[in-house]
Design a binder for this molecule. Structure first.
Ligand SMILES: [Zn+2]
Length: 460
């Protein structure tokens, strides 16, 4: 199925629409000035061509307005009134702000020049008497043309650039600016999910806020260092997904393999050689790339996201673990697969991470709905994942029987007590440490569970 990532469809505006719009704006400004007697900031989008509003334009406008509001709030500038218009002639927002008009203009010019979409923002400031504040009063040059960088008034006056050229450039700025916003959001959300995972306490056998679990060579700071080093990688995976969105899903997966190897190197440098997130590089990287293939409005649809991961990794188990004879197996993954048909995280991914969609996510979200914090809800989700999947990290430090026994025991416990108390989980923690086992594979899936949960909460 194909999705429209860059949706710039909208109604055509006639000249009369634009004249009506200008008149309505003037009337509204006049009303606000006489009601409040304070300066007005007027935010609209500078869009070339007959389509002045579309899903892309609307979102760019929303991001710009959010940024403006954040700036005003940070500077303690009171907004007395906010009026928002969303019509085919475009999005327009007016703010009555209790502050000096020229200082407001200076903030607005700064937003126009620093935001990734700022060249398309048009922020006018009227003072209390209705006079427009000018850039020249701040000693600033005129705004520059989006094509040649020259004085925009001269280019517009002489029709220096064709309408097609201006429209194409406008679309390109929208596309790049929105991609940049999405990339930054995905990399920070992936990092947030990994930090939530390591901070969730207690977790049996794993590094958390209370102890280092069954590990001697890492603690919570090692994880913070590793997550920080991996942050750009998640954005790169996302962009790889975006750039290959119209190609078959396997192409996206091929595109992130090299990035994963590079990220592993960065992780090892940051942790002095300790493997904190090798599994997460694979699973979270795949999820971020899948998100790149999907339009933002669909990121909250976890089954679609995980289904895309499955499409991207179709055939992976056969390719990498293959039909090897146990004697030919080189890695522990190959050995487990050839002996017992255990396909580990590759098999999980190829099946669309069922232990996340059917177990981790419902358990986490039900726990949060019941008012439990991330420690209780997150550790319950982790236990449920361990119980309902084959964690090869547990097998690696013990054996298959131990893994099966633990999964069975946890299933039984969760059946009667789906959200075990901190004391019960701490008891499990001590037992796992005594056995020197660590369910690292399940921990990676808990991080993915947090990620999908955060994506369901997001807005613009
Ligand atoms: Zn120009």
């Amino acid at each position: 199925m194909e999705y429209r990532i860059y949706d710039n469809k909208g109604d055509y505006c006639e000249l009369t629409d634009m004249l009506d719009c200008r008149e309505r704006r003037a009337t509204l400004q006049h009303e606000l000035l006489s009601a409040y007697g304070k300066p007005i900031i007027s935010f609209s989008m500078n869009i070339a061509g007959p389509v002045k509003n579309s899903p892309m334009i609307r979102r760019a406008s929303a991001l710009g307005n959010r940024y403006l509001c954040e700036r005003l709030r940070a500077l303690h500038i009171p907004v007395l009134r906010h009026v928002s218009i969303d019509e085919k002639t475009g999005c327009e927002d007016m703010y009555v702000a209790d502050h000096d008009a020229l200082r407001l203009k200076s903030i607005c010019c700064d937003i126009e020049s620093t935001h990734s979409l700022g060249r398309l923002f048009d922020l006018d400031v009227l003072d209390a008497s209705g006079r427009k504040a000018e850039r020249s009063e701040l000693g600033l040059p005129p705004r520059s043309c989006i094509i040649c960088g020259g004085d925009v008034r001269l280019c517009a006056g002489s029709r220096r650039h064709s309408a097609e050229e201006l429209q194409a450039r406008t679309f390109q700025i929208l596309k790049e600016g929105l991609d940049e916003e999405d990339r930054a959001y995905i990399s920070s959300t992936a990092a947030r999910a990994l930090l939530y995972e390591v901070c969730t306490t207690p977790k049996p056998g794993l590094v958390d806020r209370a102890n280092c679990g069954s590990h001697r060579d890492m603690d919570i700071f090692t994880f913070v260092d590793s997550v920080t080093a991996l942050l750009p990688y998640f954005g790169q995976c996302f962009m790889a997904g975006r750039h290959s969105a119209d190609q078959p899903p396997r192409e996206t997966f091929s595109a992130i393999r090299g990035l994963g190897a590079e990220a592993e190197g960065h992780m090892l440098s940051a942790t002095a050689g300790v493997n904190t997130h090798k599994g997460a590089i694979f699973s979270m990287g795949t999820v971020c790339a899948a998100l790149g293939r999907l339009p933002r409005e669909l990121w909250g649809d976890s089954s679609l996201v995980l289904g895309t991961c499955a499409d991207m990794t179709k055939g992976l188990v056969r390719e990498e673990l293959g039909d090897l004879d146990p004697s030919e197996a080189k890695t522990s993954g190959q050995r487990l697969y050839s002996l017992y048909g255990i396909s580990g995280v590759r098999g999980e991914m190829e099946a669309g991470l069922p232990s996340v969609s059917e177990t981790g996510l419902p358990v986490l979200e039900e726990g949060l709905r019941r008012g439990l914090g991330p420690d209780r809800a997150g550790s319950a989700a982790l236990l449920a994942i361990i119980a309902n999947s084959v964690d090869t990290n547990i097998i690696a430090r013990s054996d298959l029987n131990t893994q099966r026994r633990i999964a069975g025991e946890l299933s039984e416990l969760l059946e009667s007590d789906p959200y075990p108390s901190m004391e019960k989980v701490s008891d499990l923690d001590r037992r796992f440490m005594d056995m020197n086992i660590s369910p690292g594979g399940s921990a990676d899936l808990l991080a993915v569970t947090y990620m999908l949960h955060f994506l369901k909460e997001k807005e613009t």
